[in-house]
Design a protein around this ligand. Sequence first.
Ligand code: XMP
Length: 255
Amino acid sequence: MSFKVRMQEAAKSRGSKIVLALDFQYEAPENRQKVLIEAQRILKAVHPYVCGVKINHHLVLPLGTFDGVQLLVEQIHSQGLIAIMDAKVNDIGATNQVIAEYYYAAGFDALIANPFVGWDEGLKPLFEVSQRLNRGVILLCYMSHKGASEGYGQTIIDSETGEKTLQYISFAKKALKWGADGAVVGATYPEKIRDIKQILGQKVSIYSPGVGAQGGTAETAIKAGANFLIVGREITRAGNPSRVASQLCDSVKRL
Ligand code: XMP
């Protein structure tokens, strides 16, 4: 079963389109064990209401890939959830390949990557490793923060057609052409979700971060065409994370 289908199955069986972003604030390195304990606590409380969990660099840094993060990936899988590494893979191909091998060895089901680095000697080796190991690649198409317009929103001359287009439209087309399993489009930009959905249809799933803390809403993102919502601080910083996740999960179900 491909990553895209595994993700759809997890969402169906859980009745949730929420991917938890397991993000925490800075702790002094000597206190990093506290971060692992907090991550395990949140996972235990929230897992019935999400279909997947996304881990970011700022969790890998204090915990380490094979010491702490792998424990979390095992917990995520034992709860029947999908584990996504938000590595924003963004280097030359030889390096990207090694990054992928390590994260997949730690058990991750998919990696997020940045299409700005291109295909040849860029993301091609990442897609090759992912296909060989039956894992997924999710490409950034339009990020959720304000400065996203400076890169993803630029008007460019398409290197293949020579025509003027928007950077994020070009990335959406590459997501299709390269066989990506998902595309990240900020929930803060529903009009971009709609534009990208027109290109991707149901072939590539849209993952939308930026709900809550960054100002996006679940309803607007889903109605614009998002398949999954990536939600971090709204849940991880809540007084009662389980209740917030449950309410969010229910509100999305009704749409
Ligand atoms: P919050 O706390 O704002 O966290 O719900 C959002 C999470 O998603 C990540 N993020 C992104 N990841 N493309 C990505 O691949 C994006 O456009 C994007 N915007 C936010 C962020 O790192 C955090 O983990």
